[in-house]
Each structure stands twice: as structure tokens, then as C-alpha cells.
Design a protein around this ligand. Structure first.
Ligand code: HEM
Ligand code: HEM
Length: 221
């Protein structure tokens, strides 16, 4: 179908776009500062040597921004439009969702030439987003449990008590560290796919995460 037949649809509401970009900025900040926390280059040998202290401070500030953004997005999945809704992230629960996943998979595996047109998220992407959100939760739980160790018996420490029963401190560090690399794996694939769909679907995929609008062949009410 020619591009002139495409319809302009408002897909991503403001909270979805804000949460997406706040997450991106905070994850980049958390990954850079986290990398230095894991591989420190200064050991605070004097009172004036507070470099690692500042790096940890930036990590924790970004961590709070990240938590607010992730929680806001979860809440929005219950009150936002259908493209933002929680059902989007469980496409494998319905027959049509599974069929769409298979079609998308065939396209990615070079078995089909035509890209299956999707108006909101594609169902294979949302399955990856579900796994990513589980990683976010693991990052938040292990991060805040390690953080709360500075005040044993405090409110945060007591609330996260179940984490200390499940993990040792080193186990939490390892899970926190490995999850960062898993998130990197997602991001590489995600940017490639967003770019690919932008070119193949000709629906302004990448700019849609800034403007909220996509161009599709199907008309939405
Ligand atoms: C740390 C890096 C990133 C992470 C963790 C990430 C994660 C996500 C998540 C979770 C969604 C689903 C949005 C929602 O429903 O809330 C999404 C959508 C999207 N992201 Fe990203 N993103 C990252 C970077 C980027 C970048 C750099 C671009 C642009 C090149 C981009 C383009 C998009 C687009 C176009 C969508 C909507 C497309 C769709 O899901 O079908 N993302 N991203
Ligand atoms: C996507 C999000 C995040 C990334 C990529 C990330 C990355 C990292 C990395 C790589 C480390 C070093 C681990 C090591 O090798 O020992 C670290 C340490 C740490 N992170 Fe995060 N982090 C994230 C989220 C959070 C959150 C939400 C918190 C909550 C406060 C947090 C708190 C901490 C703490 C307390 C440490 C120091 C652990 C220690 O005492 O050794 N992080 N982070």
C-alpha cells in the first residue's frame, strides 16, 4: 500500500513517552556509575578523596528517578490507552496474540518477506518488554537491599527482609551486575529493531517515541 494511504494515529501517550526516556537516561547513568562501583578507581584513602562517594550518590539519585518512572509506567498500564495497557505485555495468553508472535518471529528469521503491520507494540517486542520489566524489578530489589544494608533494622531494611533470606550480599551483587549485562543485550536488539521497523514499516517508529504519533495502514477509531 502506498504511503499516501497511511493514517496518522496517536499511539503513545505522554506518560508512556516520559517514562520511556526517563528510564533510558536513568539506566545509562546507573550503568556508567554502577560499572565504576563494581570496578572502583579510588579507595577514599583521605577525607578529601570522595570521588567514589559522588559516583555512588549519582547512582542512588538515578535509582530513585528510575523507581518513580517504573512505578508510574506500571500504574499507567491500568489507566492508559489500550496500547499502554498491561494486556499488551501478555500477548501469548490469547490465540490471536500467539499467531501474531509467530508471524513476527517468521519475519525476524527471514522466513517471510512482508513485515506484519502492527499499530501499537509488536507482540514479540512486548514479550521482551515483560522480561525487561522483571529485570527492572530484580535491579530495584537487589539495589535497594544492598543500599539498605547501611541501616540494619531501618524501615527499608525490614521491608526488604525477604531479600536477605533469598540472597547473600554477594549473591545480590552478582544478580545486580549480571542483570546490567542482560539489559545491555536487550538494548542492542531493541535499537536495531526500532530502526529496522522505522525503515520497513515507514511509520515513523523512532520519532513516535517523541511525538506519540505513528503512521499505519489501518484506520483506528
Ligand atoms: C536504555 C535504553 C532503552 C530501554 C531500556 C528501552 C526500553 C523500552 C521499553 C520498555 C519500551 C516499551 C514502552 C512502553 O510501553 O512503556 C520501549 C519502546 C520503544 N523504544 Fe525503547 N528503550 C531504550 C532505548 C531506546 C532508544 C535509544 C530508542 C530510539 C532509537 C528507542 C525506541 C523505542 C521505540 C520506537 C519504542 C516503541 C516501539 C514499540 O515498542 O513497538 N528506545 N523501549
Ligand atoms: C538498570 C538499573 C541499574 C543498573 C544498570 C545498575 C548497575 C550497577 C552495577 C553494575 C553495580 C556494581 C555491582 C558490582 O559489580 O558489585 C551496582 C552497584 C550498586 N547499585 Fe546499582 N544498578 C541499577 C539500579 C540500581 C537501583 C534501582 C538501586 C537502588 C538503590 C541500586 C543500588 C546499588 C547499590 C547499593 C550498589 C552497590 C553495591 C555494593 O555495595 O557493592 N542500583 N549497580
Amino acid at each position: 500500500m502506498s504511503e499516501s494511504c497511511k493514517f496518522k494515529c496517536y499511539i503513545w501517550e505522554l506518560p508512556v513517552r516520559w517514562c520511556h526516556w526517563v528510564n533510558v537516561l536513568s539506566i545509562v547513568t546507573l550503568a556508567v556509575t554502577g560499572f565504576f562501583i563494581g570496578t572502583p578507581f579510588s579507595f577514599g584513602s583521605s577525607a578529601s578523596d570522595f570521588t567514589m562517594g559522588w559516583i555512588r550518590f549519582v547512582h542512588f539519585t538515578a535509582a530513585y528517578a528510575f523507581v518513580v518512572s517504573v512505578l508510574s509506567r506500571i500504574i499507567w498500564s491500568f489507566i492508559g490507552n489500550k496500547y499502554a495497557g498491561w494486556r499488551e505485555f501478555l500477548p501469548f495468553l490469547t490465540v490471536s496474540g500467539r499467531e501474531k508472535m509467530v508471524r513476527m518471529f517468521r519475519y525476524y528469521m527471514f522466513m517471510d518477506k512482508e513485515v506484519p503491520e502492527t499499530i501499537g507494540h509488536n507482540p514479540l517486542a512486548t514479550t521482551a518488554y515483560l522480561a525487561l520489566f522483571l529485570l527492572y524489578i530484580l535491579m530495584i530489589l537487589t539495589g535497594f537491599s544492598l543500599y539498605a544494608e547501611h541501616a540494619p533494622g531501618g524501615l527499608m531494611h525490614r521491608t526488604l527482609g525477604f531479600m536477605y533470606a533469598l540472597f547473600s550480599a554477594q549473591g545480590m551483587r552478582l544478580a545486580h551486575h549480571i542483570s546490567m549485562w542482560l539489559i545491555f543485550g536487550f538494548v542492542i536488539n531493541h535499537i536495531y529493531s526500532a530502526w529496522l521497523m522505522d525503515i520497513k514499516e515507514r511509520g515513523s517508529e523512532i520519532s513516535s517515541m517523541f511525538s506519540g504519533y505513528k503512521f499505519t495502514v489501518k484506520k483506528e477509531k
